[in-house]
Write a protein that binds this ligand. Sequence first.
Ligand code: GRG
Length: 300
Amino acid sequence: MNSSFDLKTYLEGRRKLVDEWLEENLPRPVGPHSLVIEAMRYSALSKGKRIRPILLMAAADAVGGDGTRFLPQASALECIHAYSLIHDDLPAMDDDDLRRGVPTCHKAFGEAMAILAGDALLNYAFEILSSPSHSKGLDPETVISVIGTIGHASGINGMVGGQAADVLMEGKEVDEETLRFIHVHKTGAIIKAAIKAGAILGGADPIQLERMEEFGYHLGLLFQIKDDLLDVEGDEKRLGKRTKKDAEKKKATYPALFGIERTKQMGQEILKEAIDALSIFGPEADALRSVANYVVRRSR
Ligand code: GRG
């Protein structure tokens, strides 16, 4: 890997592009329903890492495409992510007051508006993905394939399925296979879809696509394992959310099942598998390699 790759500048630059796109393209709060639009904007525009959109663009770059051309598709993923955080924070789910350092959507706008803002963001994402103006120059098969990839990963076969399993397993003893199912679906599916969608948009050939999916699978699992570790060891201020919640709720996590040291070791092993999946790519995949290393090192 090219050691001169400046990850900090890269992440900041890409994050800024996503923030500006969302600021410009999310609906404006006018009309009798303006409050729910304010809630959508409040949550989607709050300070997140934008890692899913960044991964979509980086995957497109890695297969020889131009990632920034797919800023609308990348930003659509951030809308889905924002919806999932709003719903995850609701009293019926994790019941959290703080997210990204500010009050959660239902604390700021009430539960009804928060549920609706989440629903609206999910649907808005698919409006972006299917909009002719954002798909100019893409062939219809590519557009449909990206919509299918992201729809599959968001719903019962991905994030929603994983979240349901997570809720259903609270307080129960969970084996490694079930824990992996939860992590791979709840968090991993959208991360893998970001990478797969980016690869499809960037024009990946079948072998490149297969490797990208393998990379995405491992990175997605790794992301949630690190999230588990941050809940135990992380700094609340830096994370902008409450920590130690998993133990409180008797949630299935890697540190709870394997202990902190073994979890870190497993994280390194999964990181290696992720990086190995990229072995067919040259320096054009350095951003992906660098982001994978950052996922393990991150403190927020
Ligand atoms: C369908 C009613 C209904 C609810 C869905 C699917 C779902 C609720 C919630 C998704 C589960 C979830 C929030 C998993 C945790 C994923 C995770 C690690 C979130 C934090 O992501 P980061 O670290 O956060 O990328 P930022 O703030 O940087 O975007």
